[in-house]
Ligand binder design. Structure first.
Ligand code: ZN
Length: 261
């Protein structure tokens, strides 16, 4: 496996060397979404999601992100642009060195401070591993992070574990039961959807995105800084994980749809 990352020598502009689709693919993600160009679509069934609150979820420093692994059989996402039942596999986030940058998806050229991804797989393929390379294999919720005054209590169950997974490869367990429902914005009236790719290698074009850009989640500066304190390597003194987002890719002829909840 190539040693990809977000540094000068292994960052997004170099990924195509080992993963040609990153440069040659026509459906790469993220993209810069021009909100006035989105097309309203009203014929889709209602997007429904349900997650159980679970104990003892594993959290890992992958060297590129933190990742919380969810347990199969405890979630379902159906409707909207999805034509089958999808299950939550894992969640992770992207962020920046400073506020003002950090999200992967960008709206009219403007970034949020971070972006949380819920990665679901299509249950018709039986497992995440089988689904990951199928065009309709994955469905990703994008939830945006904004630094404000208050701690987000549910998100805090994740960020309080950063000190126990400081180095790449370290794994720990969430101390409190995590309810993913409390991380999805409340009172959503609409979302955006389009077909794109994993935003990290291998950049497979297998993702249906569902983007909740109208209601970002507010987290505290302390919560954001705890994510920035993660290390990208296995030794003390290596670089901090301060910037782990891919810049926008060409939209090409893809249309972003706007769906009412
Ligand atoms: Zn992601």
């Amino acid at each position: 496996m190539a040693d990809w990352g977000y540094g000068e020598n292994n960052g997004p502009s170099t990924w195509g060397k080992h993963f040609p689709i990153a440069d040659e693919g026509k459906e790469q993600s993220p993209i810069d979404i021009q909100l006035s160009d989105c097309q309203e679509e009203s014929s889709l069934p209602k997007l429904e999601y349900s997650y159980d609150s679970l104990k003892d979820l594993a959290i890992t420093n992958t060297g590129a992100q933190w990742r919380v692994d969810y347990q199969p059989g405890h979630s379902s996402v159906t409707g909207g642009p999805l034509d089958a039942k999808f299950e939550l596999q894992q969640m992770h986030a992207h962020w920046g060195t400073t506020e003002g940058v950090g999200s992967e998806h960008v709206f009219n050229g403007e970034s949020f401070d971070g972006e949380l991804h819920f990665v679901h797989y299509n249950t018709k393929y039986g497992s995440f591993g089988e689904a990951v390379d199928k065009p309709d294999g994955l469905g990703v919720f994008c939830i945006f992070l904004k630094v404000g005054e208050a701690n987000h209590p549910e998100f805090g169950k994740i960020t309080e574990r950063m000190s126990s997974i400081l180095r790449k490869g370290e794994t720990s367990t969430l101390q409190a039961e995590l309810d993913p429902t409390k991380l999805v914005p409340e009172g959503l009236e609409e979302y955006l959807t389009y077909h794109g790719s994993l935003t990290t290698p291998p950049c497979l074009e297998t993702v249906t995105f569902m983007i909740f850009n109208t209601k970002p989640m507010t987290i505290s500066k302390g919560q954001m800084d705890s994510m920035r304190s993660l290390l990208v390597g296995t030794e003390d003194g290596c670089d901090c994980m301060t910037q782990n987002f891919r810049p926008p890719c060409p939209q090409n002829d893809r249309v972003v749809k706007k769906i009412k909840m």
